[in-house]
Design a protein around this ligand. Structure first.
Ligand code: MN
Length: 719
């Protein structure tokens, strides 16, 4: 039934007699939303109705009845127009050809974001039975949403699905009910939305344990029947007393919900009658002062039970709930539980965080959702003047503004990582060996670079390879200490092994002019040397030689009992062969970029091992001052790997030339590592850093670039 006023002035849309509850929804919305908002809501409804046209729910009803019912639940919380539109549209992305772009174009970014958020949550499925996993899953859900309204829509969606769950097969019913009790009801509770929490719990309980539910329901109905008269008398006694004391108050009988009774029986091992045979009333007053005055009156009317008074006004619950609780000895000794609170507290108790997304006539546009969440937090903080406020705030913050991401392993376990964590962090979190041997990662079954930051709800799979090792660059992007330390430790060990190998080669090369073989050195000579150097063993010596901390010719001279390292001897030394597989202890200078085929020379750099330069490098003059640090090197015949090389391309400034040059380079199957463009007047210099195997490949690249019109000169950089 559409409200008369709305139909006449606002809604030209002609509706069939059965509009699946939309008219009723509009009537309810018209009570608190301004008219201009209703138009957009009608539009969202029409869009959804058209998208779902021809689809039916399992119960046989047209599909559109579901989103309308979800919107109706949110209207019950007085939520804003954006939430209502999102509720109407929440299933169109999943189940119809409608796209996010369409929704964005027609209903704006705000609504699109909400619909997208709900759709993403729908893709998560909770299967685990473990308690800890349920906790993580709840946090994952909260972490996934940018806007808490997404959760509100999702909770309403789940509530309606639970109401209509009877149409599903039994097994599915049980799974959904369990998920509702373990995930969604606790979230509703966490956010303080009592009405949804209660309904989700009772529906979940009813579905999962139909027999226990029936027994309890019957017992509760019977108890309520016998309690009605005495409860009425208690209420009026309170009303009279409050009026006599000039306190304005609303007194109502309070009903317990089945699931909380069930939980209490389990928790306290109590018999049904102990929990059901209790009176409950709630007294709502205008201000906090009155709460405490009412408490005093209550304790005069009936004797309080010791140890049962709780002041949740001074110390609110984590979800913001505030109230005074006390239990009295009621008529005939039946316990009487009393809750006392203000109107404002009552609203928060029913609606929790949802109260902050309710439509507000003033200031509507100055509130961003983030601000509203913060406002809620600030409100909680203000209430919380007690000693444990910091802890309390931490608990709320962690849930609402999480600094963690939650991802799934391929087996469905949930892993918690700091925000910004990458696939490599994930690999090390699984196991150090997995991290050390990881070569690739899949997120939601798609291959991604290892440095990809992880997002909530993603499934991450790590691909490892035997013999793979960590890349030193990983240290630059990993977010966890565990990954960083493991990579460093691995590299340190690796570097030590590589340094020892290189050091041994350097020493044997340096001994050659003396015709001394390292393998045939007398033991006594070795011992004397180590003693003189103050070292434990040859391994340490090799390591120091390999890292350039000690010079091989000097040590060789000591072994040969020959002073100094004269040029004659140096010339007799056979060059050390560079194979490209030396690892971390041999590096290629970034000034001249040597590549196989170039004439090269090695420089022992303390702590870094050998740095290879081209003999034409401009920096050599500087290093010439330390001749003892130079070692002759040359390339091995078949050098492995790719080497960086730099080329300069001087061109006329012509549109598209850069792309053309880059294209030519790619056509030679050469990878470009980096490009820089310097423009001077009407000419440009393109600086390419390439990855090549050797001089032959580089020559091929240079030749092919020279043929491009507009290219003036191509040279190899010399640093
Ligand atoms: Mn739905």
């Amino acid at each position: 039934m559409i409200g008369g006023a709305i139909r006449e002035r606002r809604l030209p849309v002609v509706r069939r007699a059965d509009d699946h509850g939309f008219g009723e929804l509009l009537t309810r919305l018209a009570a608190y939303l301004p008219e201009e908002d209703l138009e957009g809501i009608v539009e969202a409804h029409d869009f959804a109705a058209k998208a779902h046209e021809g689809q039916n729910r399992r119960s046989g009803e047209p599909y559109i009845s579901h989103p309308i019912a979800v919107a109706q639940i949110l209207a019950g919380l007085n939520l804003d127009a954006g939430s209502i539109k999102a509720a109407l549209l929440h299933d169109v992305l999943e189940d119809t050809p409608a796209t996010l772009a369409e929704i964005k174009a027609r209903f704006g970014d705000d609504v699109a974001l909400l619909v997208d958020g709900v759709s993403k949550l729908d893709q998560l499925r909770f299967d685990s039975a473990a308690e800890a996993q349920a906790e993580s899953f709840r946090k994952m859900l909260l972490a996934m949403v940018q806007d808490l309204r997404v959760i509100l829509v999702k909770l309403a969606d789940r509530t309606h699905n639970m109401r209509t769950i009877g149409a599903l097969p039994r097994e599915k019913q049980r799974r959904i009910a369990r998920e509702t009790l373990e995930i969604y009801a606790p979230i509703a509770n966490r956010l303080g939305i009592y009405s949804l929490k209660v309904e989700l719990e009772d529906l979940g309980f009813k579905t999962l344990y139909p027999f226990r539910y029936r027994v309890l329901e019957r017992a509760l109905r019977r108890a309520r029947g016998t309690q009605r008269q005495p409860l009425r008398r208690i209420e009026s006694r309170f009303e009279d007393e409050l009026a006599a004391n000039g306190i304005k108050a609303r007194v109502t009988g309070r009903e317990k919900h089945l699931y909380s009774i069930y939980k209490k029986m389990q928790r306290k091992h109590a018999h049904l009658s102990e929990i059901v045979d209790v009176f409950g009333i709630r007294i709502v007053v205008p201000d906090v002062d009155s709460c405490y005055r009412v408490l005093g009156l209550a304790h005069q009317l009936y004797k309080p039970m010791p140890g049962r008074f709780k002041d949740y006004i001074a110390i609110p619950r984590v979800n913001g709930y505030q109230s005074l609780h006390t239990t009295l000895f009621g008529p005939n000794g039946v316990p009487l539980e009393v809750q006392i609170r203000t109107d404002e507290m009552d609203k928060v108790a029913e609606r929790g965080v949802a109260a902050h997304w309710q439509y507000k006539a003033v200031d509507k546009h100055t509130y961003s959702t983030e601000e509203r969440a913060r406002e809620w937090l600030a409100g909680l903080m203000e209430m919380q003047h007690s000693a444990n406020s910091e802890e309390f705030l931490e608990a709320v913050k962690v849930d609402l503004f999480p600094d963690k991401v939650y991802v799934f392993t391929p087996k469905g376990d949930i892993m918690r990582l700091p925000r910004g964590a990458t696939a490599v962090d994930f690999a090390y979190a699984v196991h150090t060996d997995v991290g050390n041997r990881c070569v690739a990662a899949k997120i939601d079954r798609r291959l991604v670079p290892l440095k990809t930051p992880l997002g909530n709800g993603q499934t991450v799979e790590i691909i490892t390879a035997r013999g793979a090792r960590p890349n030193p660059n990983w240290v630059n992007f990993v977010a966890t200490a565990k990954a960083r330390n493991a990579i460093r430790a691995y590299l340190k060990n690796l570097r030590r092994d590589e340094a020892r190998e290189l050091g041994r080669r350097l020493l044997s090369q340096a001994l050659r002019p003396y015709s001394i073989s390292l393998r045939r050195l007398p033991k006594a000579r070795v011992a004397a040397l180590l003693h003189e150097l103050g070292l434990e063993d040859m391994g340490t010596l090799y390591e120091q030689l390999g890292l350039g901390e000690r010079l091989a010719p000097v040590v060789a001279g000591m072994l040969a009992q020959h002073d100094g390292d004269d040029t004659e001897l140096a010339q007799k030394r056979k060059p050390l062969e560079i194979a490209g597989t030396e690892g971390l202890v041999v590096t290629y200078a970034r000034c001249c970029y040597p590549i196989p085929g170039d004439e090269i020379i090695g420089f022992m750099s303390s702590g870094r091992g050998i740095v290879i330069h081209r003999t034409t490098c401009g920096n050599l003059a500087e290093y010439r001052k330390q001749p003892s640090k130079w070692i002759p090197v040359n390339w091995k015949n078949n050098v492995e790997g790719e080497f960086l090389s730099e080329i300069q391309v001087r061109t006329l400034d012509r549109v598209g030339l850069l792309a053309e040059v880059a294209g030519k380079i790619s056509a030679t199957h050469t990878n470009i590592d980096h490009v820089r463009v310097d423009t001077e007047g009407d000419s440009s210099v393109l600086l390419f850093r390439l990855k090549v195997k050797d001089r032959k490949q580089l020559a091929h690249v240079l030749r092919s670039i020279r043929t491009i019109p507009g290219v003036v000169r191509v040279t190899r950089g010399t640093g």
